[in-house]
Design a protein around this ligand. Structure first.
Ligand code: N7H
Length: 498
């Protein structure tokens, strides 16, 4: 959804059923991580701790609010049951009130609390995203230690933690936020944290509900977890739980973790604006003019080649010339592709297409490299209004909209950071030995450090893949972010609360 909109009424069938007898303690893991909290709306509420001892005391009463994986799975069950009941009575399914709360801390938050987090080891987490922004390719001024990213003010301050509150509606979520503020005595002299900024995300309306703002179905491909997802559908092979959770099999630093780190996961958050009218104009201008295609079909094909999937979600590796909504809707087929049919030509899927850059599948696996440790679980949500008529007419963004990108992993250095820096931003990746032309950066999220012009992408035209297209504009603009750690329930209770 944009990156996994775990919508309360999912239009995309969930790819794999989750099993409660996984060997993992699902009551100890925060709910957003493995199952995603069901949501129509979600608020990311960033805070700075002002009084650590008092915060720890207030936190004790907060911990029971935190939703676990076991509870999130039960919410999903309840939603399904209600849906079936409504449909059984011939009614349109109504949304039942559901709310979920999770919490994560940055390195600076742990420092403020006096908690030694060095064994979390992750270098990206330890420096924080603001100091990483220049290397991620974000725009800004200055250089090195004095680099200031061109971000919203809130994200230029030290952020210590984030509450994630998701649910079926604004009133349910807002009420829960008020409850949290009350627990921490916000608005009184006894307040133990200061709110930095809160950002509300909303699933898009109507038939766009599982689509991100450019219009593409999102949340299709997330790694399935051995022991947790039973009956994983055909597609990329399932990964060990330790790819996402610290201290579990597959966590590269499993043996070095301290007990309180077990069952936690790193959260990489990015506040990303999307310039939709400008993106649409680029796609339309560069539409493919192939025999038999209308102008719209030519534009749709060009857009699909930037993303690697059609707006319906159908992968271009399987259906390169024509959209196939049935394939898109079939969870047994819509992720079952590997880019293995062609490593040396870009007839099916351009090398730089977003889904190929961010999960290159056979491009690396057939060369003998494992990409398991580079997999991330995406849990994001859209924010901002639908494109207005004025914006369409002027072909210009007048209102802020985009993606609250969030993803979980047991190493940010191998997960989000690696994907962004080493794959999406690298014009030479994937580097198959027979690759005839330079792929170019990921047209959706790729950025070149210190440069506005993002160079050229090859492969947009399947018949003349060497003909490049200039990416002299950018449509996804980072406005902030931070790296966090989402501890287990046990750690919230025993290590963070006083
Ligand atoms: Fe992406 N988009 O609309 O183009 N993403 N993404 N992403 N993304 C995916 O499989 C999008 C971003 C990944 O396993 C789809 O769910 C947009 C960042 C990964 O096949 C679509 C933005 C990063 C995958 C989009 C954005 C990633 C993926 C296909 C920003 C990490 C799975 C649907 C506004 C650095 C790849 C799907 C796989 C899929 C879009 C951001 C990573 C449609 C608009 C920052 C790993």
């Amino acid at each position: 959804m944009a990156h996994v909109q775990s919508d309360t009424t999912p239009t995309v069938p969930s790819p794999a059923e989750s099993t409660p007898d996984s060997g993992l303690d699902l009551r100890n893991i925060q709910g957003d991580i493995l199952s995603g909290m069901p949501k129509k709306t979600e608020t990311f509420y960033f805070f700075q701790i002002t009084d650590a001892p008092t915060f720890r005391q207030h936190f004790r009463n907060f911990v029971p609010l935190v939703k676990t994986v076991a509870q999130a799975l039960k919410d999903r069950d309840d939603i399904d049951k209600h849906k079936k009941k409504d449909e059984g009575h011939g009614n349109k399914p109504h949304v039942i009130p559901i709310v979920g709360v999770n919490v994560s801390f940055s390195h600076f938050g742990f420092q403020k609390l006096g908690i030694d987090d060095t064994k979390l080891i992750d270098p990206a987490f330890l420096i924080g995203q603001r100091r990483d922004a220049q290397d991620l390719g974000d725009k800004g001024t200055g250089d090195g230690d004095s680099f200031v990213p061109d971000w919203d003010d809130g994200f230029k301050q030290d952020i210590h933690g984030v509450f994630i509150v998701s649910g079926d509606s604004h009133p349910t979520v807002d009420k829960k936020i008020q409850d949290i503020e009350k627990l921490f005595k916000i608005g009184t002299n006894a307040a133990s944290y200061k709110k930095i900024v809160s950002i509300r995300g909303d699933v898009r309306p109507g038939d766009q509900s599982a689509h991100e703002h450019f219009g593409y179905l999102d949340g299709v491909s997330n790694p399935t977890i051995i022991g947790f997802d039973k009956n994983p559908p055909p597609g990329p092979k399932p990964v060990q739980a330790g790819v996402i959770l610290l201290g579990q099999e597959g966590d590269q630093n499993k043996n070095d973790r301290e007990p309180w780190m077990i069952d936690g996961s790193f959260l990489a958050f990015r506040h990303l604006l999307q310039n939709v009218p400008e993106f649409d104009e680029f796609v339309n201008k560069n539409r493919l003019q192939l025999p038999g295609l209308t102008e719209k079909e030519g534009a749709d094909l060009f857009g699909a080649r930037l993303v690697g999937r059609w707006k319906s979600g159908a992968p271009v590796d399987l259906t390169p010339f024509i959209d196939d909504p049935d394939l898109a809707a079939n969870p047994l087929r819509n992720n079952n592709f590997h880019f293995s049919a062609e490593r040396d030509f870009q007839k099916l899927c351009p090398f730089a297409a977003h889904v190929r850059k961010t999960n290159p599948r056979a491009d690396l696996e057939e060369l003998g490299f494992s990409i398991d440790r580079n997999r991330i679980l995406r849990r994001g949500i859209q924010f901002g209004p639908e494109v207005t008529r004025a914006e369409r007419q002027q072909k210009k963004t007048l209102h802020r909209r985009g993606l609250l990108f969030a993803c979980y992993q047991s190493s940010i250095a191998n997960g989000f950071q690696f994907i962004q820096k080493s794959w999406a931003n690298n014009p030479n990746f994937p580097f198959g030995e027979q690759t005839p032309e330079t792929p170019g950066v990921d047209p959706i999220i790729g950025q070149l450090r210190g440069q506005t012009d993002r160079g050229q992408m090859s492969g947009t035209n399947p018949n003349t893949p060497a003909t490049p297209v200039s990416l002299n504009d950018i449509w996804v603009i980072p406005r902030g972010g931070e790296y966090f750690f989402s501890p287990s329930i046990k750690a919230l209770r025993e290590t963070i609360a006083a």
